[in-house]
Design a protein. Structure first.
Lengths: 409, 428
């Protein structure tokens, strides 16, 4: 009756899904990697998957290692058998050995995925618990692959496009492989041109300067403020800490017209100095909010002890609170740096002079029909690499920074 | 109040503490007032003013100096001509005066009535009083001089012409209008913009939240390489918006984009789909005509893609703080995985979900960069925020742009009130 709860059905389902998925993915990778066209014939893989799924439900091995080797080889043989020795169709462009290696790879992926998904599943009707556990495993694997794919593909395309030239881009948009044979100079042609012709070094420097000044100003302003809100008693304290959050909800687009008008008339608009005033104003509320939480968590006894020993409040902040809050300050600094580095709207509205462009502003100016696509992507890579590098390097700090009070974006 | 008497030590300490707190907060306070609160107020002000982008360049008088005559020949008459013009098309100038320094050695023969020469020890100043000037008004003033030594052009032109005048600055004048609001509300597309904004905000927020929940549920399970995968999953959020937006545009490009090429290659679609340029596609299911907004959906997908990592991070943090013995107990009682999720995880994370939804809703509502970079607000993706830019900078009507910004602010005010009312106290 409840067919979805039968073990054999589960095995077949896992087989169908995983074989189709891995086979299609491999075909796509081959199409993208070789730039040639492959006709998608799922049939053989589908049957193979069903057989493997069924067998995995039926047999529970004693010696796992041997079972794995036999399983993979068996999958490989089945794939070849059902496709008459041509697992990727007859017009497959690769030579013999590549075909064998690709087929072995996809066999291993199909076999392991089915094996782990099926797990302890047995033939016959399953209890609800085991049925759900099985579907959870299936969904888990699929979900993980799905998430990784959607996250990575745009970045992959970004990098690969930046390494192409105009002709090969138009000839075959699907060819996303790296052609090492052209030599490094041709390969990195877009990057070289950006630095030589478009002066991207200046842009990088401008972005770095603005971001770092923003970090410094933000910290200098928000550390004392956060300390005051966290540790000192004064009227309107509660009101202040909640209004900080409200200010945080005000979008830049509301501020841009008045700031544009006023800064134009003051002559601050087309300057990096102007950006260095505006950016901290948008980041200080967040920074204050994040640091306030951290300072409030530090025991007040430390401050009291410092007061007893004759330290002034300033000395307490500098000698006790800041050293203790270094992790929080680091995460705030990184977060603020990221915001400033990625900021687009104000840079776009304020800067007209190409000499003081930040990266965001410079990349927008590349978005025209005269500039080839691969330059735009190379510029995007240049803007992305520093943040991703910092992010991966300091991931622990940044993640705690992201979660401690920032839902902004 | 009595500072001199240390009778009430605690009072003094409290007062000192209060003073210090205000001192520590004052830099932040000043900056926020200047860059956030003042512009908010200024936005209201501008929204009631007939200001266009061109008005930001304040009206001024433009003066061009031209020298005629043979300078190298002493004894010849040299004519200096000043052509002046009011740069503004709309505003008049009042009390216009200009000065120019001329070589000390020359002798003035003739000049216009309203001009005079002022001689001091080291310079000869030529000054003209032009009085009031209507918009666009232009004119010419000439001055004839006689030189008794050979001169060069440089002798006349070395000094800049100095001018002084009074004018009205549109931004600070008391010239108000409600035309901006009339224009914004009566525009036929205003309802459409509002609808687009609601769709975008709602589906973008809900989608990112659901995908984030899904990702958190997946990442809860320990597996080799989990830390790395978690880092990669956050890429869309930490990368610069400009980079990822353009890579999406190129990915889905109708002519040279890999996605379209792949769809055609695999036989899914016959001709390329213009994902970021096609307003709607119509198809019928069971005779029901459905207009599917293609570009709007793509923009929403981008929003979900870019911001699911944030929801994921928050939800995962909350999930990991649920004591694991709860799950062990549930397991003992025979609760199935779905039951554990529904009756154990969900009740624990519902608080953070609602806070995230409200905050993300507000932020998605405020979002400008993403749509602007992906479509520029074309193909049925113009939201309120893009409309601010469109009105103020594309059509150059600052006043109308400010009016839209005020409308956004009003919505935000409502959302914030809801937010404050419904936020559980302990979650932040």
């Amino acid at each position: 009756m409840a067919i979805w709860r039968s073990g054999v059905f589960g095995g077949l389902l896992a087989g169908v899904i995983w074989s189709t998925l891995w086979y299609t993915l491999l075909c796509v990778v081959l199409i993208v990697g070789s730039g040639s066209s492959i006709k998608l014939e799922i049939g053989p893989a589908l049957i193979t998957g069903m057989v493997i799924g069924f067998l995995n439900v039926k047999f529970k091995p004693n010696n796992v290692k041997i079972y794995f080797i036999f399983g993979i080889l068996f999958t490989f043989l089945l794939l070849n058998f059902f496709s008459f020795g041509q697992p990727f169709g007859f017009q497959f462009p690769l030579d013999h050995w590549h075909t064998i290696i690709s087929t072995l790879m996809v066999s291993a992926l199909i076999f392991f995925s089915i094996y782990f998904t099926v797990g302890s599943l047995t033939a016959g009707l399953l209890t609800r618990y085991f049925a759900e556990a099985f579907y959870t495993r299936l969904l888990w694997g699929l979900g993980l692959i799905f998430l990784m794919l959607i996250v990575i593909i745009p970045f992959y395309v970004m990098i690969m496009t930046s390494l192409k030239n105009q002709r090969s881009l138009l000839k075959n948009p699907l060819d996303l492989s790296i052609d090492f044979s052209v030599g490094p100079e041709k390969l990195f042609n877009s990057y070289i041109e950006l630095f030589v012709k478009y002066d991207f070094l200046t842009l990088l420097l401008n972005s770095a300067i603005v971001s770092m000044v923003t970090v410094v100003i933000t910290l200098v302003f928000s550390i004392p403020g956060a300390y005051a809100v966290a540790k000192l008693r004064f009227p309107a304290r509660e009101w202040l800490s909640s209004s900080v959050l409200l200010i945080y909800l005000i979008p830049a687009i509301i501020l841009v017209i008045p700031l544009y008008s006023v800064f134009s008339q003051l002559g601050l608009r087309n300057t990096l100095f102007g950006l260095c005033i505006v950016y901290p104003a948008t980041t200080i509320p967040v920074a204050l909010y994040m640091l306030r939480g951290y300072f409030a968590g530090l025991p007040s006894e430390l401050d009291d002890a410092g007061l007893m020993d004759g330290l002034t409040r300033w000395q307490i902040i500098v000698k006790i609170s800041i050293p203790l809050a270094i992790p929080a300050i680091a995460s705030v600094a990184l977060y603020v740096f990221m915001i400033a580095w990625n900021e687009f709207l104000f840079a776009f509205m304020f800067l007209d002079d190409i000499k003081i462009f930040t990266l965001s502003r410079g990349i927008v100016s590349l978005d025209s029909t005269e500039v080839p696509r691969q330059h735009l992507m190379a510029a995007s890579v240049i803007a992305t690499v520093p943040v991703l590098f910092i992010f991966l390097w300091f991931e622990k700090f940044l993640v705690s920074g992201l979660t401690s009070g920032s839902v902004k974006g | 109040m009595e500072a001199g008497k240390p009778k009430n030590l605690e009072g003094i300490l409290a007062r000192r503490e209060k003073k210090l707190a205000f001192l520590l907060l004052s830099p932040t306070f000043l900056l926020v007032v200047g860059i956030v609160l003042f512009p908010l107020f200024a936005n209201f002000w501008i929204s009631f003013k007939p200001v266009s982008l061109a008005d930001l360049r304040p009206p001024t008088i433009l003066i061009k100096e031209r020298i005629k005559g043979n300078l190298t020949q002493p004894g010849e008459i040299i004519t200096i001509e000043y052509r002046y013009r009011n740069s503004s098309m709309k505003y008049s100038l009042a009390d216009v005066v200009f000065d120019d320094e001329i070589p000390k050695s020359v002798k003035v023969l003739d000049m216009s009535q309203n001009c005079s020469i002022k001689e001091s020890a080291d310079a000869k100043i030529f000054r003209c009083v032009l009085g009031n000037m209507a918009p666009k008004e232009r004119g010419k003033i000439t001055l004839d001089v006689l030189a008794n030594i050979p001169l060069e052009k440089e002798n006349f032109e070395f000094s800049e012409v100095q001018s002084d005048f009074k004018t009205t600055n549109v931004l600070t004048s008391f010239d108000f209008t409600i035309a901006n609001y009339m224009k914004v509300f009566s525009a036929s597309e205003f309802i459409k913009v509002l609808k687009t904004t609601v769709y975008y905000t709602f589906f973008g927020t809900a989608g990112a939240l659901i995908l984030g929940l899904f990702a958190a549920q997946i990442m809860r399970k320990a597996f080799p390489g989990r830390a790395l995968v978690r880092g990669i999953l956050l890429f869309p959020y930490v990368a610069p918006v400009i980079a990822v937006a353009f890579s999406w545009v190129i990915l889905f490009d109708p002519f040279s984009g890999p996605v379209n090429a792949m769809l055609i290659e695999l036989g899914v679609s016959e001709k390329p789909i213009n994902f970021f340029g096609r307003r709607v596609t119509s198809f019928s299911i069971f005779g029901l005509e459905i207009n599917f907004p293609v570009t709007l959906s793509m923009v929403i997908l981008f929003e979900i893609w870019r911001y699911f990592p944030l929801s994921f991070l928050f939800i995962l943090a909350r999930m990991q703080s649920i004591p694991s013995d709860l799950y062990e107990a549930a397991e003992m009682d025979g609760a199935t995985p779905f039951q554990q999720f529904w009756f154990l995880s969900i009740p624990h994370i519902v608080g953070i979900l609602s806070v995230l939804f409200l905050l993300r809703f507000i932020w998605t509502f405020n979002k400008f960069d993403d749509i602007f970079l992906l479509t520029g607000g074309n193909a049925g993706t113009r939201t309120l925020t893009v409309n601010v830019y469109e009105q103020a900078f594309a059509i150059s009507n600052l006043g109308a742009g400010a009016a839209v910004a005020v409308i956004i602010f009003m919505f935000l005010l409502i959302f914030s009130i809801i937010f404050i009312k419904f936020t559980p106290r302990d979650e932040s």
